[in-house]
Design a binder for this molecule. Structure first.
Ligand code: SF4
Ligand code: SF4
Length: 430
């Protein structure tokens, strides 16, 4: 525990966070798995060092200043440290709370506030702005820059944001799915589909494949009219916004009549499982959370559980496929079996394991915009391993990873196509 007296005096963080920080035995097992440590080699950029910084803050030995900010905001929240940590310290929870403290003490950047408090809470407004960006990109005008200018933001990261997305779709997933029947001929059950923002706005083809595969396996699809899961706000420590999204979504989930609740964004899946942390114990909301998380599946897990219903094409050309494990699937949900088994079950797939498959790609939501240089060093390492597999296709299960690794393909000239597991399953289904 921190020194007697100082605990209360500097009690700016929750008991839970303080207890987690003092549990760190400084063993260093987190060091070889930490992407930011791999880039810098600096002790304050690994979980062990970050915990000591937070301890220094709560004991009043360190100030909440720019140096501390750099070390704590540079963390990817990939949770690779958690996987290797014996006391199972959830570094992401510590980091989120310190970032929240930063917002409370120092304020929140205007653009960030606008995104979490206005745009993501009003999807119709976000949709209109992204349509404008899509038009801008197609017509050769800088699309994202145009949108960011409308928001009054001229930061140096505009160029980075602009280059990361090759294109912005003309129509979003919700519009596409609304225009067609999602009821299969032979109905076995029903899936409520949670549509993540990345899939809806950036990768509607992935979501379309997900819905098609569900139909092919005999499941009617109900597209949930959900809000953002809240993870982007959590990553920046905006816990007020997180509670807003949690409350709105719980209200929506309370009326869902479906056998499964499924999402094809591993980040959404893992964060939806965290909703219990944001509602009072023994409340009605807690009961709803328990009910929906019991039925919640990541798409890769759902595919694995329903494999006996799959009908795959046989006799065609084979392709070599490798897999990148999204951090939220491998380090948060600790799920590594399902995506591999699904891929290996496809007759036309020759599966090849990727070295360091669960090492973050550097995408981490919008980390690649906010910390472009560090992100690119992490991506370079990933792309070198991808090239070494000689695979024709890299499969993954999170839109942020798809965006980042697709950018890596262009930037580092890697001859590989990037697909979501759902897309590969659909392409190979009868
Ligand atoms: S592995 Fe866990 S206990 Fe060991 S130094 Fe890292 S965070 Fe601390
Ligand atoms: S969450 Fe990832 S980047 Fe942050 S300390 Fe842990 S391993 Fe390093």
């Amino acid at each position: 525990m921190p020194q007697a007296g100082l605990w209360e005096e500097y009690k700016v963080l929750s008991d839970q966070t303080l207890e987690a920080v003092v549990q760190c035995s400084k063993c260093g097992f987190c060091q070889p798995t930490c992407p930011t440590y791999a880039v810098s080699g600096l002790e304050h950029e690994v979980a062990r060092g970050r915990h000591q910084l937070v301890r220094g803050l709560v004991e009043g030995r360190l100030e909440l200043d720019k140096n501390l900010k750099t070390a704590l905001f540079q963390c990817l929240m990939c949770n690779a440290c958690y996987t290797n940590c014996f006391p199972k310290i959830k570094t992401d929870e510590i980091i989120a709370e310190v970032r929240n403290l930063w917002i409370r003490e120092k304020g929140q950047p205007a653009l960030q506030r606008y995104i979490f408090h206005t745009l993501l809470r009003h999807p119709e407004l976000l949709g209109r702005l992204l349509k404008m960006a899509s038009f801008g990109k197609r017509s050769g005008i800088s699309g994202l820059a145009q949108v960011l200018r409308c928001l009054g933001w001229y930061g140096k990261n505009i160029a980075n944001a602009e280059g990361l997305l090759e294109s912005i779709p003309k129509s979003f997933l919700r519009e596409r799915l609304a225009a067609q029947s999602l009821i299969p001929e032979k109905r076995r059950g029903k899936v409520a589909y949670f549509v993540g923002c990345g899939i809806n706005y950036a990768q509607p083809d992935v979501g379309y494949a997900t819905a098609q595969v569900m139909n092919k396996r005999g499941f009617e699809v109900e597209v949930i009219d959900n809000y953002c899961c809240g993870l982007p706000a959590y990553a920046y420590g905006d816990l007020d916004s997180v509670r807003w999204f949690v409350e709105k979504n719980i209200r929506i989930f309370s009326n869902l009549q479906a056998d499964y609740i499924v999402t094809d964004c591993a980040s959404c899946t893992s964060f939806l499982k965290e909703y219990k942390r944001f509602v009072p114990e023994d409340s009605e909301q807690q009961k709803i959370v328990k009910d929906f998380t019991g039925r919640l599946r990541d798409m890769t897990t759902w595919l694995y559980e329903t494999e006996d219903l799959a009908e795959y094409k046989t006799g065609g050309n084979t392709q070599t496929v490798t897999l990148h494990d999204p951090c939220h699937l491998s380090h948060y949900l600790q799920e590594k079996v399902a995506p591999r088994e699904v891929l290996k079950n496809i007759p036309a797939v020759v599966y090849k394991e990727l070295a360091e498959s669960d090492f973050c790609c550097g995408g981490a939501g919008s980390y690649n915009i906010a910390h472009y240089d560090v992100s690119m060093k992490i991506l370079k390492r990933k792309m070198a391993h991808v090239k070494n597999t000689g695979a024709q296709v890299l499969a993954t299960a999170c839109p942020a990873c798809i965006i980042q690794i697709s950018y890596g393909v262009r930037k580092f000239n890697a001859p590989v196509r990037i697909k979501h597991v759902s897309e590969l399953v659909l392409e190979n289904s009868e």
